[in-house]
Design a protein around this ligand. Sequence first.
Ligand SMILES: Nc1ncnc2c1ncn2[C@@H]1O[C@H](COP(=O)(O)OP(=O)(O)OP(=O)(O)O)[C@@H](O)[C@H]1O
Length: 237
Amino acid sequence: MLHIDTLTKRYGQRTALNQLSLRLPAGQFTALLGPNGAGKSTLFQVLTGLFVADAGEAVVAGHSLRTEAVKALKHMGVVFQQMSLDLDLSVRRNLQFHADLHGLPRQVAQQRIQEGCEALGTAADLDRPVRELSGGNRRKVELVRALLHRPAVLLMDEPTVGLDPKSRRDLLAAVKADVAARQTTVLWATHLVEEAEAADRVVVLHKGQLLADGRPDDVQVSLGGASLEAAFIHATQ
Ligand SMILES: Nc1ncnc2c1ncn2[C@@H]1O[C@H](COP(=O)(O)OP(=O)(O)OP(=O)(O)O)[C@@H](O)[C@H]1O
């Protein structure tokens, strides 16, 4: 569903992504585990069309980002590292705006907004300005927004930074529920090993290159360590 083929991105002399290749099938929750500066955000910026890769290609649901960017992006939902809701608008208005951008019929949008917020426990906030919401609830609203157009691929860029343990668990559970219900392809960037342990697959990125790829247990064995955390720290120190 998401195919990344020898993707390279440089900032001047610095290579942030170095010939990265990855194939993510439908229905798989993959954690992109990497330390600070590994290239996680750069990958997301390329995949979402904010930056153009210097070489290589990415294909989303059969559509090339280079030649069919609009179609490719239609199949993608994104939660960025930085909060990107309009603080002065209500939750409902923020979500409706996204639904309009994707051309969802009003009734369908209203139903999905209601159901999405109910599923994440934020329905009581629907008519409040986002400014009044906690960080955890803002993140949940961003997830509802990312899923409104029912994307085949969901990208989450370190979505739990700054959240308390319960909000982190809620967010993870909601994404896993979407994978189970719709066979969504998820790429969840994190530097938290405990989040990677909860994934179907872990891809370890270091200095723009793939260090390991497999089930959490297999990655631990391949990197060599008493735990996934020990293996990750050893491999990326
Ligand atoms: N706009 C930029 N200009 C120059 N260098 C950049 C820019 N953005 C990122 N880099 C560099 O590219 C490399 C990858 O950075 P990136 O932000 O993609 O990593 P990351 O894994 O997302 O890190 P973090 O976990 O800290 O967010 C780093 O060496 C970083 O310093």
